[in-house]
Design a protein around this ligand. Structure first.
Ligand SMILES: Cc1cc2nc3c(=O)[nH]c(=O)nc-3n(C[C@H](O)[C@H](O)[C@H](O)COP(=O)(O)OP(=O)(O)OC[C@H]3O[C@@H](n4cnc5c(N)ncnc54)[C@H](O)[C@@H]3O)c2cc1C
Length: 565
């Protein structure tokens, strides 16, 4: 079946059913019951789940007869204490490895990290590396959080909202969660009109989102920038805003991110699970809510946690590795992309013995810079928005978090000062905003456009970060991305930048990669692997992915997206 026809027919079917049942667009906001959606879902949901092979699938090698625990001493160094490193360290320590977890930062958690900053007033203010959304289909991360016993420290966001330049609110309620039906439901949410899809190229081109295939999607579309696709596909304007916002969640502007990565991500977040787009977030400082308990759990398992201690160089030995003067039987390299490049540059002996591995690791690319700016302001801000709001950026502002409604300390500070504590994120800072002052000026101007009540507010405190350690999901990088297992026996890789055998992104990619890296070392010792879960590894119509004939696209050199009908 042609996905364009299926998509068109379903759109018409959904609209027809809605008319028959007398529920009109906008009904959700007026509190009308979602009868049409439940009727449609009840009919189609089981078939859609069956077609995807089930929403939660296991991908570890289930070798139940193998022993669970080591009966010989084995030392392993985990480099990097982000989610990937902590997942690997926890799993290996549970199975009897002697684990050292080392990080250059003085805090655990990497990009999920948290610390305090002492102000001139003597006040000790809590800061996070940034607000984080924990989606409910993050099966592996969720499993770890439950194991550590911290899931109770989370609350559910009440809406997933994008505010546009014209202050329109594009809201993603959770009424329709079944994959595909949720895509059709975007019409009810006002993100497109039927005519904008049915009678334009978008109808044919949007099929690409249903066709995710782990190899073919990348073979065909990794060289295509999403921006070029969106323009050619004539996506309806509001849908384009949504996709651009979505692209930036992966730290890329829409004209740099690979279409294949975006199709994979859209599959992972929207078309492969029925958990919905609403997510959970920690309601306390990350140190209290997650990292402190995780540290205690690891230490209880015997992990040596060594913070503020960066790893410089790795040297392979006949068996094992020497790292900064100490020998380890095995190594999990779970640093971020910038850290990996630095370690590889100072490891000439590794390059001598494993030149292709070293070249691949030296070439892992960082994305554009990102920035996080937390502001303690002497003015309150309106509270009719969720605690985290996405914005249609002007130049750089992508989201605003209302910390004075999230953590007890920020709440108390805001109450004392009749003010607010907000955190601004830019996931891809434009290159022309060269330094801190240019970024801050642009941030402040955009914040005030969305929240005019903050114009002229005095900044009482601030915490600013401008970094470039996030992996690039730009065009053409996928083929060279290293996987978990390397040619160097005993050296495995983990991190949200590592190529995985299943679709996962961001924190879930980090957690999954940590479990897979640990599993590789467990398998090396003949031990049972840890369960690893994934959403369906293919889209609803993966067999449809095939090259489209080239057509004249003027000056553009990107491959054509046009498909045969
Ligand atoms: C502002 C922001 C917001 C985000 N929001 C979300 C969100 O809402 N949802 C989501 O799923 N994801 C989000 N992410 C992404 C998420 O934080 C990351 O995908 C995830 O935390 C990556 O984990 P990691 O373990 O792979 O890497 P990292 O967290 O980067 O950890 C790598 C660690 O390696 C250490 N290291 C580097 N070099 C060395 C060395 N030489 N020696 C020792 N240690 C070293 C670093 O210090 C770091 O601690 C966000 C990221 C940012 C920056």
């Amino acid at each position: 079946m042609n996905p364009a026809l299926v998509f068109g027919a379903l759109l018409l079917g959904a609209a027809g059913l809605r008319l028959l049942l007398g529920v009109q667009r906008g009904g959700a906001r007026r509190g009308l019951p979602a009868r049409h959606d439940s009727a449609l879902s009840a009919c189609l949901a089981p078939a859609i789940e069956r077609r995807l092979g089930g929403y939660r699938q296991r991908i570890d090698h289930q070798n139940a007869l193998a022993p669970r625990k080591l009966d010989v001493p084995r030392s392993v160094l985990v480099v990097g204490a982000g989610i990937a490193g902590m997942s690997a360290a926890t799993t290996l320590a549970e199975r009897g490895f002697e684990v050292t977890l080392r990080d250059k930062n003085p805090y655990l958690g990497g990009k999920l990290g948290a610390w305090t900053e002492r102000q001139e007033s003597g006040e000790e203010l809590e800061v996070e590396h940034g607000f984080h959304a924990f989606f409910r289909h993050y099966y592996n991360l969720d499993g770890l959080l439950k194991k550590i016993g911290v899931r109770k420290n989370f609350a559910a966001i009440d809406d997933y909202l994008i505010v546009t330049h014209s202050h329109e609110r594009l809201s993603f309620d959770d009424r329709v969660r079944t994959p595909l039906l949720n895509l059709l439901d975007l019409q009810r949410k006002g993100l497109f009109r039927l005519g904008e899809i049915l009678f334009t190229r978008a109808r044919d081109e949007m099929g690409v989102f249903l066709e995710y295939h782990p190899e073919k999607t990348f073979e065909l579309y990794d060289d295509v920038p999403f921006g070029a696709f969106a323009e050619e596909a004539q996506l309806p304007p509001k849908l384009q805003i949504v996709f651009n916002t979505f692209a930036r969640a992966f730290f890329s502007e829409h004209d740099r991110i690979s279409l294949a990565e975006l199709v994979k991500s859209f599959h992972f977040y929207y078309l492969s699970n029925d958990s919905g787009l609403l997510y959970d977030y920690p309601v306390e400082h990350h140190e209290t809510a997650i990292l402190g308990p995780w540290r205690a759990h690891m230490q209880g398992l015997g992990v040596h946690v060594e913070l503020d201690r960066g790893v410089n160089a790795i040297a392979p030995l006949r068996t094992g590795f020497e790292v900064d003067g100490t020998r380890f039987d095995a190594l999990v390299l779970a640093a971020d992309v910038s850290g990996v490049r630095r370690v590889i540059e100072s490891s000439p002996l590794l390059a001598q013995k494993h030149p292709s591995l070293s070249q691949a690791l030296a070439a892992v690319k960082s994305s554009q810079r990102y920035s996080v700016w937390r502001l303690w302001l002497d003015r309150p801000v309106r509270d009719d928005v969720p605690v985290f709001v996405n914005t249609e950026r002007y130049r750089l502002l992508d989201s605003v978090s209302m910390y004075h409604r999230i953590t007890p300390q920020a709440r108390a500070w805001a109450a004392r000062h009749h003010g607010s504590v907000v955190e601004l994120h830019s996931y891809a800072v434009p290159d022309e905003l060269a330094d801190e002052s240019a970024v801050k000026a642009a941030f402040r101007a955009e914040l005030e456009r969305y929240f005019p009540e903050l114009s002229g507010a005095t900044m009482v405190h601030e915490a600013f970060q401008l970094k470039d350690d996030f992996t690039a999901f730009h065009c053409g990088l996928y083929a060279r991305r290293p996987g978990t297992v390397t040619e160097a026996d005993g050296l495995v890789l983990a991190g949200d930048w590592v190529k995985l055998p299943c679709p996962a992104m961001l924190m879930e990619a980090a957690a999954t990669s940590g479990l897979l890296a640990a599993n590789a070392l467990l398998a090396r010792e003949g031990l049972q692997e840890e369960p690893v879960y994934t959403v369906p590894t293919k889209g609803l119509m993966p067999s449809r992915v095939r090259p489209r004939p080239t057509e004249d696209r003027g000056a553009s050199s990107a491959p054509s997206l046009a498909k045969p009908g």
